[in-house]
Ligand binder design. Structure first.
Ligand SMILES: [Zn+2]
Length: 394
């Protein structure tokens, strides 16, 4: 009885510690009004009226951007009844189009060209409670591609820095996670530009890839991203983990059966000639737990589990050339440890803006709360033990 109570106490205290990671903290990074859009808001006049944004806007060759009107959404559903069935805009949300129809627009990356390969990607981070998840990846010497939301990077800068320090491959996932095809040109530009800017400010890198939230992209949005030197990365396997309860309507068992299907595909030859780019999420503890649960089976079913930079043979995925990631061939040559990336080829794994000291700062604050919790746990265990002995003696 006493041991059962202790077990639940430890679980409770562990949950409290996990929760403490999500308490807002003060970092060395400052966000002055006008320098960035409002957190989790579609960019508007707070940035549009600034000299900085006007300069960015004027640097875009708008003649290269197709004149496609923003798509219309009503009550969370696209109005597509008037949209031509020929899909002239290569609108992914309409018919999963990944090969643009507008001239000069680059095609999406949606699969790994290497056979039997699982391109590992996590969207929507950084998450305030991802420490355990990142520990898990590190313990497995596993790197992934992380598609970060700009507002989350601003809210959780030290968590973002850890992703880079751990060697993960970082891409842009917009500022406020909207349906991008519904936005104006200025809004699309600002969603991408300010996410890239906050990543550069906090992490010291300039990503060259991005992923549209919900996959919602068309040739107009692709062309604007291309003007910012960002490739569009979609997927060909969707775990639907984001739909899992309580955030969505899927049961845990439903998501399990989707993952099981992916494991079967890895074994039955579905990916014998080319690989997958799989969509998973760093969205909440549920999706991160699901990722950990299925990782061993995925690893067993696919020959290689790698970030997309590796499977696409992009050795320098940032504008800064001092970060070098392994090509697929280099990864094969070092399969003994299955390491897939080497952040900071020159030996610098922190950003040029003092990222390392910030990490230290955050670690110390977490450490203090963790120590307090640990001491509390020990005291409670001792008291429980004492009471247990008293009851036994009685
Ligand atoms: Zn997302």
């Amino acid at each position: 009885m006493v041991s059962t109570s202790l077990f639940f106490l430890v679980i409770l205290i562990s949950a409290v510690i996990a929760q403490q990671q999500c308490v807002p903290y003060t970092s060395q990074f400052t966000f002055t009004p006008g320098e960035y859009p409002n957190i989790w808001s579609t960019p508007s006049t707070e940035v549009f009226n600034t000299a900085e944004f006007k300069q960015v806007n004027s640097s875009i060759k708008w003649s290269m951007v197709p004149n496609i009107p923003p798509k219309v959404m009503v009550n969370g559903t696209f109005v597509s009844s008037t949209y031509p069935a020929t899909d002239p805009d290569c609108w992914w949300s309409y018919k999963l189009c990944v090969t643009p129809k507008a001239p000069g627009v680059n095609p999406d990356y949606y699969m790994c060209p290497e056979p039997d390969t699982w391109g590992l990607t996590y969207d929507d981070g950084p998450n305030c409670s991802h420490t355990q998840f990142y520990d898990f990846l590190k313990q497995n010497n596993q790197k992934a591609s992380m598609f970060f939301v700009g507002s989350n990077v601003a809210d959780w800068p030290n968590e973002a820095i850890r992703a880079l320090t751990d060697g993960h491959h970082i891409c842009v996932h917009t500022w406020s996670h909207p349906y991008m095809t519904t936005l104006t040109n200025d809004q699309v530009l600002a969603e991408l530009y300010y996410t890239r800017k906050v990543i550069k400010y906090v992490m010291g890198i300039t990503p060259l890839c991005w992923r549209p939230p919900f996959g919602d992209v068309d040739d107009r949005v692709r062309a604007i991203a291309q003007q910012l030197n960002m490739s569009t990365v979609i997927w060909n396997l969707d775990s639907d983990d984001w739909q899992m309860q309580p955030a969505g309507s899927f049961t845990s068992a439903q998501v399990d059966s989707i993952f099981q299907g992916f494991v079967d595909m890895g074994k039955n030859g579905t990916f014998a000639t080319s690989g997958a780019i799989a969509l998973e999420h760093e969205l909440n503890n549920g999706t991160m737990s699901k990722a950990e649960q299925w990782y061993p089976a995925i690893k067993g079913a696919y020959k290689y589990v790698v970030p997309v930079a590796t499977c696409l043979n992009i050795s320098q995925p940032y504008a800064e050339t001092n970060y070098t990631y392994q090509t697929f061939a280099q990864m094969l040559a070092t399969t003994s440890n299955n390491s897939t990336s080497t952040p900071g080829g020159s030996g610098t794994s922190s950003g040029p803006n003092g990222a390392k000291s910030s990490t230290t700062k955050k670690s110390s604050s977490v450490s203090i709360t963790s120590y307090i919790s640990l001491i509390s746990t020990v005291v409670i265990m001792l008291i429980a033990q004492l009471f247990g002995n008293l009851f036994q003696q009685a």
